[in-house]
Design a protein around this ligand. Structure first.
Ligand code: GAL
Length: 336
């Protein structure tokens, strides 16, 4: 009886083992085994950001599509830095100590290269995205994918310049504007603020800044700031420049709450070409925006990760995906 029991047990164990093996074989598409799974850590500066939400969804989709084709499977862990340096440092250090195969990092802070340095030292192939570290020497296994923020500012200026009176709605010879900035430590915020105005002054338009504040890329903050500026400066404000569309959406709410009409007595521009904003541009409730190509940038970032994983050398360390000016003429094209 004892012998029979132990034979039965042995048979059961063999079945159990075969069962486990089967499960492993089916865990990845195309019958890949766990050694075919590449682990990628993705650190986003803050999930609660319209543009970076699209961006991270595109990254996920890129690898989902690749996984669906079979072969090597990519397992993504995407974490929210909550716009906090300490939180993000811990998240990236955890990726490093877990020994992920590659990383995509959207830094919270670019003014200090400390975290980037830790990434370099780890030797893990990493693509930095969206926030450029000024004057940074990328190592052999890292690179950057973003866009040249100067161009987005220039396009904003051009959109206003292309309006009747070049933005001088009241015809007093000076374009009076307010500037709602993103996080001032980001180069995107700095360059958009500078180059939007530079385009006007380079074209001999006199300007006067009535108000400049940071809305930290956030819609609710944009709404608050523009409401307060409209309260202080009223009809004097001819142009509202917002460093991104999130804040422009907030601005649009305050503009209409104040009884002002975009295109008639005030102009409003943003950057990103969020679908909602392109619809507004089409309808005339926003003057224009600039396509910040979330899909193009996410694709370039994922392709760079694959290259680095394959041991290829990336010689062009800073990869800029072009911006596109969006006005009533082409807004339709960017409505997703
Ligand atoms: C900018 C984008 C903003 C915000 C920011 C975050 O490129 O225009 O909307 O997402 O990146 O760093």
């Amino acid at each position: 009886m004892k012998k029979l029991l132990s034979i039965l047990l042995a048979v059961l164990m063999v079945f159990a083992l075969v069962g486990c093996g089967k499960k492993d074989d089916n865990s990845g598409n195309g019958g890949s085994t766990s050694s075919d799974t590449v682990k990628i850590g993705v650190a986003i500066y803050q999930f609660d950001d319209n543009f970076m939400t699209l961006y991270r969804q595109n990254i996920q989709k890129y690898f989902d599509d690749l996984n669906a084709k079979g072969g090597t499977q990519y397992e993504l862990t995407i974490v929210d830095g909550a716009n906090d340096v300490a939180t993000q440092t811990e998240q990236v250090n955890t990726f490093i100590s877990q020994g992920v195969d590659a990383m995509i990092v959207n830094l919270v802070q670019t003014s200090s290269p400390a975290l980037a340095k830790a990434v370099e030292d780890s030797g893990i192939p990493t693509v930095f995205i969206n926030r450029e570290i000024a004057d940074y020497q990328y190592g052999p296994k890292t690179c950057y994918v973003g866009a040249d923020a100067r161009d987005s500012g220039t396009y904003q200026g051009q959109i206003i310049y292309d309006q009747p009176n070049h933005g001088d709605l009241n015809g007093d010879g000076v374009v009076k504007y307010i500037m709602i900035m993103g996080d001032p430590e980001n180069s995107d915020a700095k360059f958009r603020t500078e180059y939007s105005i530079k385009y006007l002054t380079d074209n001999n338009v006199a300007v006067e800044c009535l108000y400049q504040e940071t809305g930290m890329w956030d819609q609710a903050k944009g709404q608050e700031l523009v409401a307060s500026a409209l309260n202080s400066f009223g009809d004097d404000i001819e142009v509202v420049f917002c460093n991104n569309d999130g804040m422009a959406l907030g601005a649009a709410q305050s503009i209409s709450a104040a009884g002002r009409k975009v295109g008639e007595d005030i102009y409003l521009v943003g950057v990103d070409a969020l679908t909602e904003c392109c619809e507004m541009v089409k309808a005339g409730t926003m003057t224009g925006t600039v396509l910040n190509d979330d899909m193009g940038q996410a694709t370039a970032a994922c392709e760079s990760v694959l290259k680095l994983l394959a041991g290829e050398e990336i010689t062009q360390k800073v990869n800029y995906v072009p911006y596109v000016m969006v006005t009533t003429a082409n807004a339709d094209q960017y409505i997703k």
